[in-house]
Design a protein around this ligand. Structure first.
Ligand code: PNS
Length: 160
């Protein structure tokens, strides 16, 4: 069985993330979307909330499941016996950092490869950080994130 890992901080998941996972799910038998802590980012939503948001948003993708993990991505990949990571690339500016992570992960675990999927042009400007900023100041993010995520952002900023 061909299994791919789609990792990310997903804080929060956007339509760009969903698109990459849906496309990976068409090429692999099974996809594990892994909500993983990024130690260099202070998250808006707790890990388990991000996992629940992503799982709800991916309910229509039968061969995708969502898990959360706090630790090294390579350890999670080894635990699940997965040797392919799939990540989206929005622009050349993403590439440098993504390449560095892909090479570090490959250096830590021999045989762990990363495949990059170019984002669809309609989502290439989209980032979780921008979505949070827009939502924080009352802007509409409907159409950019799954509906459950748009609601979670409204609730989160209404209470702050
Ligand atoms: O959505 P992001 O923030 O680009 O995802 C980055 C993520 C979570 C995949 C990356 O930070 C990660 O792998 N974190 C786990 C810790 C780890 O393995 N660090 C070494 C990466 S080479």
């Amino acid at each position: 069985m061909r299994v791919a890992l789609c990792p990310g901080s997903f804080d929060p998941p956007t339509n760009g993330h969903i698109d990459v996972i849906e496309r990976a799910a068409r090429h692999f038998d099974r996809v594990i979307a892994a909500v993983i802590a990024n130690p260099s980012k202070e998250p808006l939503f707790p890990l388990e909330t991000r996992k629940d948001l992503l799982a709800d948003a991916l309910g229509h993708v039968d061969n995708a499941s969502v898990e959360s993990f706090d630790g090294l991505l390579v350890d999670f990949a080894n635990e699940r016996k997965v040797s392919i990571i799939v990540k989206g690339l929005r622009a050349v500016s993403d590439y440098e950092y993504e390449l560095q992570m892909a090479q570090m992960n490959a250096a830590l675990t021999h045989g762990l490869d990363t495949l990059f999927l170019p984002s669809q042009p309609e989502w290439s400007f989209l980032s979780s950080s921008l979505v949070k900023q827009v939502s924080k100041y009352g802007g509409a993010v409907d159409g950019l994130v799954p509906t459950n995520v748009a609601q979670a952002l409204k609730d989160r900023f209404a209470s702050s």
